[in-house]
Design a protein around this ligand. Structure first.
Ligand SMILES: *Cc1c(COP(=O)(O)O)cnc(C)c1O
Length: 460
């Protein structure tokens, strides 16, 4: 127990939560069309849907809110944020956006110069993939095969498959690659980190082929912490130094600041030195997000973000953050529940293909386990599997995910170890009764990003 880092903060304000009865949970889930996204949060006891914008701000951030300068153009708050982002990244240009997908909708179309282009990523995050497709390009994932061997230890399961990356570039032609997107940590693979060695190799390839390298860095601080812990030669460096080395490898940084920005809303675009691209984005951002010095954020949001970005690089904070995830993972493994091992930076990914092998991929095994966990304990997880992956944009067939994951996403600075013990206890019970879990069929399916709004019925 005492192998785990201690929390470097105490509780100053509480938000009451309550567990409604089993009958009420059954009704709530039915009303939600058997899709946890559609539940009311007050019907949820422990909310592990996402770590996005769900964390607790520090009292320094709450104090900073009061300094917000609510000017449309050129506010003090903008300049404070800009200075912080420049210092952390070493990049010359930056623009705030309302959240990560705001950054994507502004930047991704600017990188596409002709028809039939591709983006290559270790794994595209779902909204990133959607923006690539909406902009008329195609998204190719290129992660190492060890990523999907959930029981085998690998320190950097988020890594690019370097050989495959070169093959894809050869096959498609470098002039048809709109960009290489390094997702750090690799969210869809289990918040798995990418090593500095791997990022350096990707950067070299990108430079060689004159392809832009983009960091999708919602969790760059957690990734940098893993490098310090697990990669040779980084023990003596600070996490901030490692982050700076990471940014030096790429050209563009897109961030959902609702993760390692430790805020409830916000995002960033930063560009290393390409003034022409910056000007194009400044034009594109106005109708999409807002004027370039606020990009959909209030002055107070930018103030809170400037403070949060610094706090997320604090190494005591990161040690506890990463150990929270490890603690939940260890409890589940002791209980026999198959998970992505080792645990990554923001969530425990449960391997539902192994829990309910009797449910075929197009009846969404992980979604079925998510629902069972909600009924068992009022816990809301999220599916990261064939439901999320959607349909092939060309053939419209359901795509089979490599892994049917249920993600237990831990909000930052929010739950205690006791909450995590309760989650483990409930999930172990679900696991023991796994043969009773049934697959799902659609009663409603939207054409894009269907997992957010879909409705289902259990298959009797
Ligand atoms: C969350 C996330 C996004 C999208 O950000 P939002 O703030 O949710 O719009 C993009 N990429 C990654 C890797 C993410 O985790």
């Amino acid at each position: 127990m005492h192998d785990y880092a201690m929390p470097p903060y105490r509780i100053k304000m509480v938000e009451p939560i309550k567990l409604i009865s089993r009958e009420e949970r059954e009704q709530a889930l039915k009303d939600a069309g058997y899709n946890p996204f559609r539940l009311r949060s007050e019907d949820v006891y422990i909310d592990l849907l996402t770590d996005s914008g769900t964390g607790a701000m520090s009292h320094y951030q709450w104090a900073a809110l009061m300094q917000g300068d609510e000017a449309y153009a050129g506010s003090r708050s903008f300049y404070r944020l800009e200075e912080t982002v420049k210092e952390i990244t070493g990049y010359q240009y930056m623009m705030p956006v309302h959240q990560g997908r705001g950054a994507e909708q502004v930047m991704i179309p600017e990188l596409i110069t002709h028809d039939h282009m591709y983006f290559i990523s270790n794994i595209h995050f779902d909204t990133t993939r959607a923006h690539v497709e909406i902009a008329g390009a195609r998204a190719i994932d290129c992660v190492i095969p060890e990523c999907f061997e959930t029981e085998i230890y690998h320190p950097f399961k988020g890594n690019f498959d370097i050989i495959r990356l070169q093959e894809i570039i050869q096959e498609k032609g470098s002039e048809n690659i709109a960009g290489i997107i390094m997702t750090i940590t690799n969210n869809s693979a289990g918040g798995q980190p990418v090593s500095m060695e791997n990022m350096m190799a990707v950067s070299k390839i990108a430079k060689h082929h004159n392809i832009r390298l983009i960091i999708d860095g919602a969790r760059y601080a957690e990734n940098s912490y893993f490098i310090k812990q697990r990669e040779q030669g980084f023990k003596q460096k600070s996490v901030a130094e490692i982050a700076r080395e990471t940014f030096a490898l790429a050209d563009i940084f897109l961030m959902s600041s609702k993760k390692d920005g430790l805020v409830n809303i916000g995002g960033l675009i930063a560009i290393k030195d390409d003034l022409d691209l910056f000007r194009k984005c400044q034009t594109a951002i106005v109708p999409k997000e807002g004027f370039p010095t606020y990009g959909g954020l209030a002055g107070r949001d930018m103030e809170a973000l400037a403070v949060g970005l610094k706090e997320a690089l604090n190494e005591q904070y990161l040690a506890y953050r990463i150990d929270e995830i490890k603690y939940l993972g260890d409890l589940l493994r002791e209980g026999g529940v198959p998970i992505q091992y080792p645990t990554g930076g923001h969530a425990v990914f449960v391997d539902c293909g192994k829990i309910v092998p009797h449910i075929p991929y197009d009846q969404f095994p992980a979604q079925a386990v998510c629902n069972a966990l909600y009924i068992e304990g009022g816990i809301r997880p999220v599916e990261i599997g064939s439901l999320l992956l959607g349909r092939d944009p060309d053939t419209h067939l359901n795509i089979k995910a490599d892994k049917e994951f249920m993600r237990l996403t831990i909000p930052r600075r929010t739950y205690t170890f006791q909450h995590l013990e309760y989650v483990a206890k409930c999930l172990i019970r679900v696991y023991q009764n796994r043969n009773e879990i049934k697959g799902l069929k659609f009663t409603y399916e939207s054409p894009i990003l269907r997992h957010f709004t879909a409705e289902f019925l259990p298959i009797e």
